[in-house]
Ligand binder design. Sequence first.
Ligand code: GLN
Length: 430
Amino acid sequence: HFIKVIDEKNDSINAFVEKNYEAALKQAEKIDEKIANGEKVGCLSGLVFGIKANINVEDLIVSAASKTLENYKGSYNATVIEKILEEDGIIIGLTNMDEFAAGSSTETSMYGPTENPAAMGRIPGGSSGGSAAAIAAEMCDITLGSDTGGSIRNPASHCGVIGFKPTYGLVSRQGLLDLSMSLDQIGPFANDPSGIALALNTIVDYDSSECTSLHSDIDFTSVLEEKSLEGMKIAVCNDFIEVTDDKINKVVNKAIQKLVDAGAELVEVSFDHLELCLPTYYLINYVEFFSATRKYDGRDYGYRIEEVCGDEVLRRIKMGSLISQKEYSGKYYKKALQARSLIRNEINAMLENVDLIVGPTVPKLPHKIGEELTPMEMYVYDILTVIANLGGIPAGSIKAGEVEDIPVGLQIQAKPLDDLKIIKAMSVLS
Ligand code: GLN
């Protein structure tokens, strides 16, 4: 069924950039055999996955949508891929993205832009735009993306689907091509909370090879039937509302009202360091990305990254190189790390007294594909999503409603390891 849908729709949507039909059909046959033999099947049995093109899948071109890696064939499966296959999930292909996940529109891909199936002619958001669009166009059941500063939640919001960034360290990053390793996190997209919960039950696991990995025994499916938020305190933050388009706030408020109707207590909070968030995020991103790209020097993968990459990737490499110089480190990078501590402390302090922070995911509507934006205009899309990455906290986006027929997301954030509370709130809204 999904092969048919992808073949029908992908020419216009451009969500998938690599197809894995043969292996997918083989995996499906294997599951059928298991069932015929009366063997136990995994919890993802028969569910079909799309994977962002920066996560290693054996034998597929894992290019991160960059010419730099156009000849790189995945030589192994990322840890999350192994886990999906072990649970009898089926991998149908790789999805489009901004080059090296550096962007918010999926327009910088070497494969060309992805359409927003929920608002044709507009960007799907990014950088995991292909993964969000694939769900919105019902091309598969679940997709994986990566979120460094919003790349799961931003396209989920623009495409009207659910996207979830787990607590930093809950999901192994082994096999993910990093953008900024202290911020990167793999997470799922789906049309309903049960898809998100099943994916999380599969990919959340301790990874002894990562010093940042966390232990957890959360059963993400345990709250799917919940309809009451009695006893839960949720916060709205006026500083987030102030930077957001009024029309978006209106729609988001309606979704928040549903949480209140389900029994949640609403309180107001403030966030003093919002203006520090984008500069802090981008400084750290530039430095870590610069360091991550030094391996693309032409020896192993064919091209030297600086010679073939697009403008945004080049800007980050140049800025990262400059900021990393010893004489500047005190001026920029160390300051960014100090600012990051301030932001982390403030968001965690805020969450000490409440269960969830709720508000808009993205402050403005997605632009039309091809519209020229300055780098700063592009970065503004991220202002409400980077906080969760800087703080390492879990955050998800679920459709709140529509503004001018364009989907708008409600962002829900929680304390580290309180991921389940987000799923609970999403279940109430679904
Ligand atoms: N838009 C942000 C950036 O360009 C976030 C990207 C991401 O989360 N991968 O860095």
